[in-house]
Design a protein around this ligand. Structure first.
Ligand SMILES: [Zn+2]
Length: 447
């Protein structure tokens, strides 16, 4: 099996293959707007589309916006949030179930009948097209052939769809092309997509709006393995697959699946989150770790360059954030704090409006850092939220050794850095603002 990326979760494919009836959740198109073809390209970064556009491709589209992908930047996490759908069980198809206290899913999900626990998120119900199951496996050995077949099937499906209804397609081959082939390979694929979309628009009529977007971005550097499990073992932790009974050691579960730039850690009751995050500051490849402090409902961030605490407050229906540096500046927000202070936007306690933070940090090294990183441990982005979420530096991944032996990873995603967080969004009919948060994407995509 040559799975390298969690976006290649077999579950949605089983869903698509088995459901011959029309999905129940179709949005009824209001009469006052044109028909819409909504097409998601898995893992295509804003920078790549922007650069392609500057070379004359996609010139029938307006300028692309940055769609801010939530941390950890993974397909099911991102699409569930962008489409306002139910959160998936875990970050990937292998996940830790907090109630059962054990690892669930993983390769077992590839086998057997579709049961409710195998449906990761309700956004799947909205898809009119996604690639057949066999493609998931073939993408890494026959990338070009799979891409061409994927596009051909999408084209056929769209052209035979009822012309009065919106159509939502999801092309996943782009993610595999980037992971394995790098940006040069993807550029060739985008050229053929550009041609196909022009043909489709000619066939559907220029009044049909085409909206193209991605779920997350990708770093475009070669990535090497983070030696997380051996590091934990050396530092007195026991890495376990279940926590049903104590073993006298500090237990940590660290599901290893796709080769991505993050790790989700689950702690036994004897394991202290803060100590675990503190220790990880020393591990090469770790950028920062974040966990929730239950006592004061803050998110604590610990990285190689220091520690900080993110405070959130609600006042009069408005959300405020405060970045409290506890020595160092792990999210590199000191300049933003300074600017907000100079503009008089910080109150006596150091809180500023969420909107002010967003306006100053959407293009930051960690886009929309406070709301995004805080939300990663407080918002229900998945059902089984990790105790400690680790964001890796670009150039590092964590995942299953069986996958990593098979591939050279020319790009990956998963961390909270800009290259993975800046997905894109563009339309043939509408011009969007410079940036759109994932939580605000649904009305733009489907409204
Ligand atoms: Zn991927």
């Amino acid at each position: 099996m040559s799975e390298v990326c969690p976006s290649h979760d077999p579950t949605p494919l089983l869903t698509a293959r088995e459901s011959q009836t029309k999905p129940a959740l179709h949005v009824v198109r209001p009469q006052e707007r044109p028909r819409r073809l909504l097409l998601c390209l898995d893992g295509v970064p804003f920078e790549v589309v922007s650069e392609a556009k500057s070379r004359g491709m996609f010139d029938n589209f307006k300028e692309p916006a940055r769609l801010l992908s939530p941390f950890p930047t993974l397909t099911n996490v991102a699409l569930a949030e962008m489409l306002g759908a139910t959160p998936p069980n875990g970050y990937e198809s292998l996940y830790f179930d907090r109630e059962a206290k054990e690892l669930r899913g993983g390769v077992r999900k590839y086998i057997g009948r579709r049961t409710p626990d195998k449906v990761p998120s309700s956004y799947m119900d909205e898809l009119d097209y996604q690639e057949p199951l066999a493609f998931e496996f073939l993408i890494y050995v026959a990338t070009e052939a799979v891409w061409r077949a994927d596009m051909r099937r999408f084209r056929e499906r769209f052209l035979s769809a009822p012309p009065a209804r919106d159509f939502f397609g999801f092309l996943k081959a782009t993610d595999g092309l980037l992971h394995i082939g790098g940006p040069a390979r993807l550029a060739v694929a985008l050229e053929s997509l550009d041609k196909l979309l022009r043909e489709i628009q000619r066939a559907a009529g220029s009044e049909t709006e085409v909206v193209l977007f991605s779920d997350h971005g990708m770093n475009l550097v070669e990535n090497r393995r983070l030696h997380l499990q051996s590091y934990l073992a050396r530092n007195g932790y026991e890495v376990v697959g279940n926590m049903r009974r104590p073993r006298g050691k500090m237990r940590v579960s660290a599901p290893a699946f796709g080769l991505c730039g993050y790790a989700a850690l689950y702690c036994g009751e004897e394991t202290d989150r803060g100590e675990l995050a503190e220790g990880l500051r020393q591990l090469e490849g770790v950028d920062f770790s974040v966990y929730r402090d239950e006592d004061d409902q803050t998110a604590v961030v610990k990285g190689a360059s220091g520690r900080a605490r993110i405070h959130r407050a609600e006042r009069g229906g408005e959300t405020f954030y405060r970045y409290e540096q506890l020595g160092g500046d792990p999210l590199r927000l000191a300049p933003a704090v300074h600017t907000l202070g100079a503009e008089g936007r910080l109150d006596a306690e150091g809180f500023a409006r969420d909107a002010d933070w967003l306006a100053r940090t959407w293009g930051h090294t960690y886009p929309d850092a406070l709301a995004n990183v805080y939300g990663s441990v407080f918002a229900p982005r998945v059902r089984h939220t990790a105790d400690v979420l680790v964001s890796l530096r670009d150039g590092y991944y964590y995942g299953a050794t069986s996958f990593s032996r098979m591939v050279r990873l020319l790009a990956t995603h998963g961390n909270a850095l800009r290259s993975s967080s800046h997905a894109f969004l563009m339309s043939t009919h509408r011009t969007f603002p410079t940036h759109v948060r994932s939580t605000e994407a649904r009305p733009v995509l489907r409204g």
